[in-house]
Design a protein around this ligand. Sequence first.
Ligand code: K2U
Ligand code: ZN
Length: 173
Amino acid sequence: MSKKEILIHPDPRLKKVAAPIDGVTDDLRALANDMLETMYDAPGIGLAAPQVGVSQRLIVLDCVKDPEAEPQPTVMFNPEVIWESDEKNVYEEGCLSIPEQFAEIERPAEVAVRWIDIDGDKQEAEFDALWATCVQHEIDHLNGVLFIDYLKPLKRQMITRKMQKLKRERARM
Ligand code: K2U
Ligand code: ZN
């Protein structure tokens, strides 16, 4: 297990459409576990493979927020939304690739997702509340979409400039 470096926006690797996986290999299982370790350490409640520089359709999430509750690490290969509610939900989103920036984003309140799990088995489930927001945020990453892409151009440019400054400062450290 090893923690991975999380790419910071702007980075062309965060804008690529990730490639589907055609089989769950031991290497992909190891990557999924490294992504879970990286996510919990951040800390975060989701992470997509493009955020650690791997352009493949793999996301991990664990949206259990109660520290007393059992964690629910979830690994999804080739996740796809197969149904979404008409009802919407607004959540203040952040992103591990856009640190310290938050904005209210509206998304379908409930989604049904189909994916391949870490054992290579087909899964299908419905998600609501924070899980629904998170899984949509992560699947967006697989399509090169960031939550700031839903903002007005001026607000998006402001955030991008802040990240460019942050990257310049980090490069000097
Ligand atoms: O993809 C990522 O960068 C991880 C995201 C996942 C996420 C963003 C917005 C809303 C839900 C999930 C976050 O950085 S994880 C940090 C976080 C933690 C608790 C609540 C919201 C965001
Ligand atoms: Zn994100």
